[in-house]
Design a protein around this ligand. Structure first.
Ligand SMILES: NC(=O)c1ccc[n+]([C@@H]2O[C@H](COP(=O)([O-])OP(=O)(O)OC[C@H]3O[C@@H](n4cnc5c(N)ncnc54)[C@H](O)[C@@H]3O)[C@@H](O)[C@H]2O)c1
Length: 596
């Protein structure tokens, strides 16, 4: 029989604590909510009332239930109020000495059988537990932000946590409607160990002006389907908390430089820019604690008419290539009203591409997303050719041929001879340096990367890659074209992986390293990222879809360009590729897909 928890205590009612109070009270458990001062107690109470009032306004909570929920909470200053609770969760700032002091005090105040839990994200639960005389009753219960919403709880056992306590806490999580994964005490557990290297890297991109905050966030939301971008997430977590987590992970997790907090984070914390809770972090919020972003001096001004900022007029577009990307890109331009010249290496290939575009457009008609007239008009705008000479009068060329530098360079040299002056020459490469293809022409200022995502007609994101020679006019043209296509264009520098792959693949590689170290299972790691961080797929699901060979190649490129030791491909990934386990396409990757 699992232990009954009729009342629990929550210590610290900040970003996490107030949410944890709500989780318990919503599930019929009495809560003693403790803060350090009356003012902090009031803030915590206001957070809870704000959250429950919003739930009532949205029709997710009946008024009577809200009142009952609020009545279950006993607001108190000081730990003495916790003398008769069955379990305490501590959610004070991420400092070991502070947590140890609180645990020593809780040990003195709480009844002997009470379980003492910490919500720490990165500190050692073991080190916290030894501040008490009952380390076998100390455990980590790591909720995710926002606690009432995110389904996952990481249950962290130390080497001395008793099995009964682990089982009781697991049962409690179930009662709270959460999904728990139970793991050992390691810096960052599952989710943060995979998340924080990525967040820190994103801040580094912003700090080095590689891309704007809006573009970094839009890239990860639209390119990976994440619920929020990394900088918005830093603001939600709180920059002070994020700094402490990174700092601890750096020190506890083998001094991986990727966890050494980017200097900007410390500067922002010192300046009081803590994120949502202080009303300003990477973004500016309506008021402290509000989720509503308001414009500030960094907010891009809407460009208005497409040609206002020096963009060139584009009416006719050449698309070179006959693969998946070229096919999708032809469809995207034709549907958006551009005249398109498709150039392949022969009539047979052109016929195939034409067929594929027709099939895709027909699907749109069947699904009611496109009228027959619009389909016919789109097809009517495309000219099919096998000769590059037909690109003599286009305004923009998008190259989507095989991912080989020599082939792309030769093509760009030809385009340079054929195309009229002022044409924007774009490459869809996902891994080659755009400057290499630009320098194959006599007009590098007109060359830009337009990195579409697969499938191009569906994915809303395009990375616009500026080389050090790309002119502002060319970038403005690329932006205007993306907007006219109904896509979000994000501008970034010409570095391996651009924004999305540079941030995504090291995280996937880290997940493989975590599995390889037997810290957790592929299923639990996938759960942790989906239920704790709202990712649409777990890392192993995604690796199997993308292909392990493709992932390995991208990770190698990143490693070679940045020479970052933490980017070295996981040996397990290399072995699986060598063994022919490439993911769904070969029937087996991290999982067996033959019978699914
Ligand atoms: N922010 C997140 O996204 C997140 C997610 C999961 C876990 N955590 C972890 O949760 C813990 C709390 O983080 P947070 O972001 O909620 O911090 P926070 O700064 O928002 O809140 C901490 C609260 O603790 C209170 N406090 C400080 N000293 C206290 C004391 N002696 N007694 C009682 N209350 C005290 C403060 O007044 C403040 O309200 C940390 O260990 C953090 O790593 C944070």
């Amino acid at each position: 029989m699992a232990r009954e928890f009729s009342s629990v205590g929550v210590v610290g009612l900040g970003t996490m604590g107030a949410g944890i109070v709500e989780v318990f009270a919503r599930n019929g458990i009495d809560v003693v909510a403790v803060e350090i001062s009356d003012a902090a107690l009031e803030r915590g109470r206001a957070t809870l009332t704000g959250s429950t009032d919003r739930a009532v306004a949205k029709g997710k909570l009946a008024e009577a239930d809200r009142d009952a929920l609020l009545a279950r909470v006993d607001w108190q200053v000081g730990l003495d109020a916790l003398h008769s609770v069955d379990l305490v969760i501590e959610a004070v700032p991420e400092h070991l000495d502070l947590k140890q002091r609180i645990f020593a005090e809780l040990d003195r105040v709480c009844k002997p059988e009470a379980i003492l839990a910490t919500n720490t994200s990165s500190l050692s639960v073991t080190e916290i537990s030894v501040a008490t005389t009952r380390p076998n009753q100390v455990i980590g219960i790591h909720f995710f932000n926002p606690a009432p919403v995110m389904k996952l709880v990481e249950v962290v056992r130390t080497v001395v946590t008793s099995a009964d306590v682990v089982a009781d806490v697991e049962a409690l999580c179930e009662r709270l409607g959460k999904v728990d994964v139970t793991i050992n005490d390691r810096a960052g557990f599952i989710a943060n160990a995979l998340l924080f290297g990525y967040l820190n890297h994103a801040v580094g991109m912003f700090e080095s002006h590689y891309a704007s905050r809006e573009d970094i966030d839009a890239a990860m939301k639209l390119g990976c389907g994440l619920p929020m971008g990394p900088l918005a997430l830093m603001d939600l977590i709180g920059l002070d908390t994020a700094y402490e987590i990174l700092d601890t992970m750096y020190r506890r997790g083998g001094r991986d430089r990727r966890h050494a907090p980017v200097p900007l984070i410390k500067q922002m914390v010192t300046a009081g820019l803590l994120g949502r809770k202080s009303g300003r972090g990477f973004y500016t919020y309506e008021r402290p604690g509000s989720p509503v972003v308001v414009p500030d001096e960094q907010t891009p001004v809407a460009t208005g008419p497409a040609l206002a900022d020096g963009a060139r007029a584009i009416a006719k577009v050449g698309v070179v290539g006959s693969g998946t990307m070229a096919t999708g890109i032809i469809e995207v331009f034709a549907k958006a009203g551009y005249e398109v010249v498709s150039v392949t290496r022969g009539a047979e290939k052109s016929a195939k591409v034409c067929e594929a575009v027709k099939t895709s457009l027909n699907k749109g008609v069947v699904r009611g997303k496109l009228s027959e007239a619009d389909r016919d008009a789109a097809l009517g705008r495309v000219t099919w050719s096998a000769a590059l000479d037909h690109l003599a009068d286009v305004d923009l060329v998008v190259e989507a041929v095989v991912e080989e530098l020599s082939v792309k360079k030769a093509l760009f040299a030809s385009l340079d001879e054929i195309c009229k002056p002022g044409v924007v020459l774009a490459t869809t490469t996902s891994s080659l340096p755009v400057i290499d293809v630009a320098m194959a022409t006599q007009r590098p200022a007109d060359v830009v990367g337009l990195h579409f995502f697969n499938p191009a007609p569906i994915m809303p994101l395009v990375e616009i890659v500026q080389t050090i020679r790309t002119s502002a006019e060319t970038t403005a043209t690329a932006r205007a074209v993306c907007a006219a296509l109904g896509k979000t264009g994000v501008v970034c520098g010409d570095r391996s992986g651009f924004i999305v792959n540079a941030l995504l693949f090291p995280y996937l590689n880290d997940a493989v390293k975590m599995l390889e170290a037997s810290y957790s299972t592929a299923d639990d790691i996938d759960y942790a990222m989906k239920l704790g961080c709202g990712y649409p797929m777990g890392p192993f699901e995604l690796l199997d879809v993308v292909g392990l060979d493709v992932s390995l190649a991208i990770q190698r490129e990143l490693y070679l360009e940045l020479r970052e030791p933490g980017f070295a491909p996981a040996p397990l990934l290399e072995h699986l590729v060598t063994a022919g386990y490439l993911g769904r396409k070969s029937g087996r990757g991290f999982r067996d897909h033959t019978n699914r």
